[in-house]
Design a protein around this ligand. Structure first.
Ligand SMILES: *[C@@H]1O[C@H](CO)[C@@H](O)[C@H](O)[C@H]1NC(C)=O
Ligand SMILES: *[C@@H]1O[C@H](CO)[C@@H](O)[C@H](O)[C@H]1NC(C)=O
Ligand SMILES: *[C@@H]1O[C@H](CO)[C@@H](O)[C@H](O)[C@H]1NC(C)=O
Ligand SMILES: *[C@@H]1O[C@H](CO)[C@@H](O)[C@H](O)[C@H]1NC(C)=O
Ligand SMILES: *[C@@H]1O[C@H](CO)[C@@H](O)[C@H](O)[C@H]1NC(C)=O
Length: 466
């Protein structure tokens, strides 16, 4: 009797909402700030939500819908699958190692990493529009060794998570992930069930931060699609620039800039500022450069300059760096094909969702980020100090992001104390040499003497430097 009731009530909940009821979904709260130059910063109440693919997906009887690919008894077709399968609530800390406190989010690698999105207080993803703005956060990368990546980036996901008749869960359950690699493992894309994994989930991606304690990279990845786009098969390779145009200080020739004990010291927390500059200094303009600034222990540290011979010594991501004017380090043709920096800006103008994740690549190492395996004689081939011997499983790996701020340029961090104006030099007119005249009726020449001589009165018509 009791068990029949339980099954009936579960069934009615599942078919009407497709939201699991075994574990309540409680989003860990986190605050962030919006800032203006004139008004300062205002605290906003948000929360983080775990990506849908990390969750248990099950039918009304608690049978997993996708034990190893979709179970075609539960999911004979897309509509039935969407109606029958429910996304379960997450035990954030216990199962996933995700904790928040105040304005801080910690991701522990305890159970193999995680990916979360920033939600507003209406359970929609915060839709950031950062053109002519800056985005700032603090990060502690000290517990991220080689081959681990604590990432913070923007993806052009739908702010409601793609709510529809077959997706009643939406952003509150972390649905509708996409990025510029067009990942094929996403269970549902734009309301369609990805039965055989042939569908990819593509969208514009702006990587503000992919980093561990050894190396860091800033990378725009434009696509020629708007929003979340379900691609099919090989067409998935012709929609986005998966390599992007990266700026990695180590790769750009400065190996003393970022790392343990270096200029930006990764044994300590740091503030990371990213500015999205447009050609007309307005949010409607074309994205023309992306600037990076660090703040650590009160010191404002400008990004390192490129120090590879043959390249101009820029310290920001400019159109020239990424496009065909300098194509030593990047596949400029690919970057341009998918819209270049301007295309990235068009996406950012539409708005993007904030993604924070922790993942590893113990198989081959995360060589594109931190690897030293490239040929030292090939410019830009060495991306960090890590060798295969440094790739070691580290369950204690963790990253903390905190103090997220977005707002007007220069409004989210303390500017360097302006060096005081030097005192004005003493008035200096022309001076007279030794023995020369320095005064007298009708005299219009210099009246001060070059040091150490003094102007000595001789008579009303004549004073002399002696
Ligand atoms: C955030 O939540 C706090 C505590 O509930 C409340 O006092 C504050 O007004 C909220 N802020 C905003 C911007 O809603
Ligand atoms: C597929 O679902 C059916 C119906 O719930 C179930 O009986 C069967 O065990 C499932 N198969 C697998 C491999 O989980
Ligand atoms: C998403 O699905 C809707 C409804 O089926 C469709 O109109 C739209 O074109 C799709 N969007 C993308 C980007 O695939
Ligand atoms: C690395 O960058 C710092 C800060 O810009 C600079 O002082 C230093 O000279 C650079 N080192 C090299 C080797 O380029
Ligand atoms: C931000 O500060 C930098 C350095 O102080 C300055 O060059 C730049 O013009 C400022 N930008 C704005 C929009 O105030």
């Amino acid at each position: 009797m009791l068990s029949t009731l339980a099954v009936l009530s579960l069934a009615s909940v599942v078919t009407s909402q497709q939201i699991g009821t075994f574990t309540p979904e409680v989003h860990p709260p986190i605050t962030f700030q919006t800032c203006t130059t004139s008004g300062g910063c205002t605290t906003q109440n948000g929360s983080v939500v775990l990506d849908a693919n990390y969750r248990w997906l099950h039918d009304a009887n608690g049978v997993t819908c996708n034990p190893n690919g979709f179970n075609r008894t539960i999911c004979p077709d897309a509509t039935t699958c969407g109606e029958s399968c429910a996304l379960e609530g997450a035990d954030y800390e216990g199962t996933y190692g995700i904790r928040t406190s105040g304005n801080a989010l910690s991701l522990d690698f305890s159970n193999g990493g995680s990916r979360v999105y920033l939600l507003d207080d209406t359970d929609n993803y915060v839709n950031f529009k950062v053109l002519n703005q800056e985005f700032t956060f603090d990060v502690d990368v000290s517990k991220l060794p080689c081959a681990y990546n604590g990432a913070l980036y923007f993806s052009e996901m739908p702010p409601d998570g793609g709510l529809s008749d077959t997706n009643k869960a939406g952003a509150a359950y972390g649905t509708a992930y996409c990025d510029s690699q067009c990942p094929k493992g996403i269970n549902f894309i734009n309301g369609t069930t990805n039965f055989d994994g042939s569908l990819g989930s593509c969208c514009n991606e702006m990587d503000l931060w992919e980093a561990n304690s050894l190396s860091t990279q800033l990378t725009p990845h434009p696509c020629n699609v708007d929003g979340e786009f379900a691609c099919t098969g090989t067409a998935c390779s012709n929609l986005c620039d998966p390599s992007g145009c990266d700026f990695n200080p180590f790769r750009m020739g400065n190996q003393s800039f970022y790392g343990p004990g270096k200029i930006v010291d990764t044994t300590q927390p740091m503030t990371v500022v990213t500015q999205f500059i447009t050609d007309d200094n307005a949010p409607t303009g074309t994205l023309s450069s992306i600037n990076r600034i660090y703040v650590q222990n009160g010191n404002v540290i400008q990004n390192s300059k490129i120090t590879l011979s043959g390249l101009p010594a820029v310290n920001s991501m400019t159109e020239d760096l990424c496009t065909d004017k300098i194509n030593v380090l990047h596949d400029a043709a690919s970057f341009n094909t998918y819209g270049g920096l301007a295309g990235m800006g068009t996406s950012l103008a539409r708005g993007a969702v904030l993604v924070m994740s922790l993942w590893d690549d113990l198989g081959g190492g995360m060589t594109w980020l931190d690897g030293s395996t490239g040929s030292a004689s090939t410019p830009g081939a060495v991306r960090g100090p890590c060798t295969s011997a440094d790739v070691v499983s580290t369950p204690s790996a963790a990253v903390t992001f905190s103090n997220i701020k977005v707002g007007d340029l220069n409004s989210t961090f303390e500017q360097p104390a302006s060096t005081p104006e030097p005192p004005p030099p003493p008035p200096s007119g022309p001076t007279q040499v030794q023995w020369g005249q320095c005064g007298g009726v009708l005299w219009t020449g210099p009246t001060t003497c070059a040091s150490p001589y003094k102007c000595v009165f001789s008579n009303p018509y004549y004073s002399q430097c002696l």
